[in-house]
Design a protein around this ligand. Structure first.
Ligand code: C2E
Ligand code: MG
Ligand code: MG
Ligand code: MG
Length: 284
């Protein structure tokens, strides 16, 4: 397979590698095991519906419970999974685990939808849509309960093929969300061609928005543009009440961030969702 070829290229240089590269190599080997055993775990972070003051949607975020290195965040291994041909297997694991957990929450009537992050590499797999539909339907779940979050860069490298794939995905009823919006190089013209449902404003524009007039202009006009295009808007990285309140005033639809809830394991988030009287508002 592709990944085995990569490994052969890596191994002879082992002796010369510095500590960082050594760590990376060991992660390459360990990741294969991690995907097949139970070392991967999904954390979940609520997407608050600002107007209604309720959470009906979650985003799944992967973690790796490494036996020696402890909890490894996704930024430290998603790139490795992409480069070593393991991202398809990893994404299948994520979709299946999200489906299983979502199914349990649906039975308790706790949720409407769940979002998972996918990689640009996933869009190069011609069977991606079919695979994901098959996994989702093992649990007889409606396709429109699934949202895929992709970054702008996933589309920029090969727009024609990516857009074709995204259209297929949307034809299945799956929702699409543009993650980290504003950090990539996509143009408005490209965004207009994308069959997306949701736009997530990157946290770098949100974290100082309450005090920074430039960020206010950017966020306000992005919300307006997205709404004019018929997209729902999520702001990432809300860490205080003032920011949440300000976003609500601008008509932003949903909010995510430590102020609302940190990403947490399923058991903890399930409990959190059940506390119906929990006041999540700027006035709390
Ligand atoms: P993302 O999808 O943009 O996720 C948001 C990241 O911001 C998460 O980091 C989350 O923990 C963090 N975050 C949320 N609220 C706040 C806040 O208020 N303040 C701050 N400072 N940070 C906040 P995490 O979980 O480490 O994930 C990092 C990235 O890794 C994700 O960014 C996503 O691009 C990628 N990722 C996560 N899970 C998966 C996965 O299953 N598959 C793929 N392909 N990528 C994933
Ligand atoms: Mg995301
Ligand atoms: Mg994001
Ligand atoms: Mg991000």
């Amino acid at each position: 397979s592709h990944s085995k070829r990569e490994m052969k290229a890596f191994l002879p240089y082992k002796a010369e590698m510095d500590a960082d590269a050594g760590r990376t190599l060991s992660l390459v080997n360990d990741l294969r095991i991690a995907i097949e055993s139970d070392q991967l775990q999904l954390f979940y972070q609520p997407k608050l519906d600002i107007n209604a003051g309720v959470v009906r949607d979650l985003e799944a975020l992967i973690r790796w419970r490494h036996p020696e290195q402890g909890m490894i965040p996704p930024d430290a291994f998603i790139g490795i999974a992409e480069q070593t041909g393991q991202i398809d297997a990893l994404t299948r694991w994520v979709i299946r685990e999200a489906a299983r957990q979502y199914n349990a929450w649906v039975e308790e009537e706790l949720l409407l939808s769940i979002a998972v992050n996918i990689s640009a590499e996933n869009l190069k797999n011609q069977n991606f849509t079919a695979e994901l539909e098959e996994i989702w339907q093992e649990f007889s779940l409606p396709m429109d309960a699934l949202t895929l979050e992709i970054t702008e860069s996933a589309v920029v490298s090969d727009p024609v093929s990516a857009i074709g794939m995204l259209c297929d995905i949307q034809d299945q009823g799956i929702k699409l969300s543009i993650d980290d919006y504003g950090t990539g190089y996509s143009s408005l013209a490209q965004l207009k061609q994308l069959p997306v449902n949701e736009l997530k404003i990157d946290r770098s524009f949100v974290d100082k928005v309450y005090s920074d007039p430039d960020d206010q202009i950017i966020v306000r006009s992005t919300i307006r543009m997205a709404h004019d295009m018929g997209l729902s808007v999520v702001a990432e990285g809300i860490e205080d009440a003032e920011t949440l309140e300000w976003l609500g005033e601008q008509g932003c639809d949903k909010a995510q961030g430590y102020f609302i809830s940190r990403p947490a394991p399923a058991a903890e988030i399930g409990q959190w969702l059940k506390e119906k009287d929990k006041a999540i508002s700027a006035n709390a």
